[in-house]
Design a protein around this ligand. Sequence first.
Ligand code: PLP
Length: 253
Amino acid sequence: MLHYGQAVFEGLKAYKHEGEVDLFRPSENFKRINHSLARLDMPEIDEALLLEGLKQLVDVERDWVPEGEGQSLYIRPFVFATEGILGVRPSYSYKLLILLSPSGSYYGGASLQPTKIYVEDEYVRAVRGGVGHAKVAGNYAASLLAQTNAADQGYDQVLWLDGVEQKYVEEVGSMNIFFVENGKLVTPELNGSILPGITRKTIIELAKKLGYEVEERRVSIDELIEAHNSGALTEVFGTGTAAVISPVGKLKV
Ligand SMILES: Cc1ncc(COP(=O)(O)O)c(C=O)c1O
């Protein structure tokens, strides 16, 4: 049943501080895994049971959680279809596995280096009504060629534009994206084709709490070029579990 792509995953982290291990907002990931499972017509999981299971697993493996700046245990729960049939229909059986891996900085190097991002204008990642809002394997399969092409030209990741007009900014390969424009924090709105990032949600909540004005709306690539030329655009950064908060140093349009 691998043919039909019923595969869903999540990514979250555990951090160690003074010997104590904390999971970062795991309930948000389990809500999202169920959202993704439902979209692929796969059975949902008991979120409380999954959380308890994960806590016990991380406790058993606590010695693998590194401690220190930028260090964490990356946690990858995933679910895929396992039934051995050829017909096109949802599988009757699935496997849920959880991989753990100690991890350092996503882009390598001890400190956060500004990333270089290629604005993709040939391929698209998702369209509304599709599966862009879910964390499903097919989204990543469809993104790899553009990612390879960008890497060949010396870029770290791809910035996806909307799948209809290829005019509006959506998200980066494994991050949501934020701009500081005229002192306001601006990020593309969740329109059905963007992954609702948990780091994105956290940044919006924290920024509002700290008194920043936050706009979730459509952002065109033309607006960004204009804002850059006029000096209104002062910061660009991506947010994601793996990448944490990554400054963007260059956008290749
Ligand atoms: C396509 C995509 N967008 C955004 C994100 C950021 O989401 P989160 O902050 O939940 O990790 C990720 C990473 O999970 C991703 O793969």
